[in-house]
Write a protein that binds this ligand. Structure first.
Ligand code: NAD
Length: 282
């Protein structure tokens, strides 16, 4: 007789989702709730966090609470942890989703040409923008992990999923700070996976490909014609499936990485990218 298929074993667990008021992580939190996971939605933007938690409760009937927390302030995370422990119980899962880029660490030109103004190139990048971007993406993953993973180690079980990016494998033009900080997340994912390997806590990451969201639509689609902009065209040309992904298409991988279906998997970064990272462009 063949062994029965393993259960996902997500029901009744407690997940902290940072950046949970945003596009990707609100969708991730909803997918967790649909599988019975109680969610703590953490965001700088309390209103967004509370709105997502309300939507989750009304759509699934599963407990969800929105908290205001800054992933760069240990004290605010510790305060949130106390409230989460009281209201939802011990933490089983952490999704490190808060992240982003800073305009002052973005070059105006893709490839420098001799006639370019220096301020439009590498030489115009601001250290302050690098600090902001590195802090948010890297320390913003490190600090929540320091605060929330202790419950998992205590329980000898748990799962952490970091949100990386296509930039982590090969940098995209113009955004060196974002690219390097996401590369650091991949490296940290592997380091912590090894460090925690005997504790029962697994650490993995998802590298989303290109998603068309309300925030980047104006860059990728011409408002008047509805046609792709040149940057949008480059993205779909570089994606073998020739389309954008959706936040919903990341959720299967998240559930997989947190569930017992992946119980021997730790330290990996899964690209969910329509083939972008596999394609040389030729
Ligand atoms: P988003 O801007 O919609 O969500 C990010 C959320 O993080 C926001 O709600 C914001 O308020 C919150 N946040 C920002 N700083 C914070 C802080 N210091 N403390 C707590 N919360 C903070 O962005 P998104 O597109 O949903 O991105 C989510 C994650 O996915 C990010 O890590 C991003 O780098 C990554 N990502 C996005 C894409 C994409 O195409 N959108 C692709 C690859 C990776």
């Amino acid at each position: 007789m063949t062994a029965p298929v393993k259960e996902l074993n997500l029901n009744g667990k407690v997940a902290v989702v940072t950046g949970g008021g945003g596009v990707i992580c609100s969708t991730m939190a909803k997918a967790l709730a649909k599988h019975g996971v109680k969610t703590a939605i953490l965001d700088l933007n309390l209103e967004a966090a509370q709105r997502v938690a309300e939507e989750i409760k009304s759509e699934t009937g599963i407990e969800s609470i929105g908290f205001s927390a800054n992933v760069l302030e240990r004290s605010s995370l510790e305060e949130a942890k106390k409230a989460i422990n009281q209201q939802l119980g011990k933490i089983d899962f952490l999704v490190n989703g808060a992240g982003g880029n800073a305009a002052s660490a973005t070059s105006k030109v893709e490839k420098m040409a001799p006639e370019d103004k220096l301020e439009d190139t590498f030489f115009g990048l601001q250290l302050e923008g690098f600090d902001k971007t590195f802090d948010l993406n890297f320390k913003g993953t490190l600090l929540p992990t320091l605060v929330f993973a202790s419950d998992m180690v205590d329980q000898k079980a748990g799962g952490i999923v970091n949100i990386s990016s296509m930039n982590s494998y090969r940098p995209l033009t113009r955004i060196p700070a974002y690219s390097a900080s996401k590369a650091a997340i991949n490296n940290f994912t592997q380091w912590l996976a090894v460090h925690f390997a005997k504790t029962g806590v697994r650490v993995n990451a998802i590298a989303p490909g290109f998603l068309l969201t309300n925030q980047n639509r104006f860059l990728l689609v011409d408002e008047k014609t509805g046609e792709a902009t040149p940057r949008g065209q480059k993205i779909t040309n570089g994606t073998p499936m020739e389309r954008y992904g959706t936040p919903e298409e990341l959720t299967g991988t998240l559930l997989y990485l947190l569930s017992d279906w992946s119980e021997f998997i730790t330290g990996i970064v899964i690209p969910v990218d329509g083939g972008f990272s596999a394609y040389s462009g030729v």
